[in-house]
Design a protein around this ligand. Sequence first.
Ligand code: SAH
Length: 249
Amino acid sequence: MTVYIVGAGPGDPELLTLKALKLIREADVILYDELIGDDIKELLKKESRAMLVDVGKRSGKHRKKQEEINRLLVEYGRKHEKVVRLKGGDPFVFGRGGEEIEILAENKIEFEVVPGITSAIAVPAYAGIPVTHRRFDPALIFITGKQERERLNWDALARLNATIVMLMGVSSLKENAERLIKHGKSPDTPVAVIEKGTTEKQRVIKGKLSDIAEIAEREKVEAPAIIIIGEVVEVHETVRDYLRNLRTP
Ligand code: SAH
């Protein structure tokens, strides 16, 4: 009777950890998110004998609310030997894994956490963008484009000399880019938007803080996408011809 809170990585099944794959094979029940992506959903069908429960949530058409997911975790956690809660990326990076383990503890259900490769770092990496580089900003910040960003000190953020990685930021890109410029970030700061990173459908769209929202709109960028703001984006240009990620060997 253990619930495993497992990160599935950013979409490429080869970025699953050995531990995640082992648990997928051994699980009695797997509750998975939309964000794990089509290739990992396929892998579940092939590799797992578990009861598969799709609790995928998409902003707009919420399929199952977090409260419902919590309820299911407790219910299955009491009934089954091995329950896997499979989440996109890392469960604790803007993934509500923190809430899930609190609920499990409150209900006296034992759990284990299996970290995953977060899209915040791996998606830029697949596009040849190192999130840190000695030549550029000395800090790295992860932020959400969702409501919670209102609590952010934008003034401090714009002045911080930090590379900014924004998750869940597609729909609020225009607003947030304008806000950063207003608070003093250079309009010429390079920005990359990487859609469906690490999958066959990956797209990299680039611009500057001043025009990225317009470009992303023209290109009809959709979630999930990682937005990376900072000089490190320029590395993409330098290395792209030699980058073999997502290319057949
Ligand atoms: N826990 C996850 C993040 C959940 S928040 C992680 O660690 O990766 C959901 C956001 O993650 C999306 O809005 C998007 O910004 C980002 N994301 C997740 N997978 C992605 C992918 N394959 N490509 C681009 N962005 C992705």
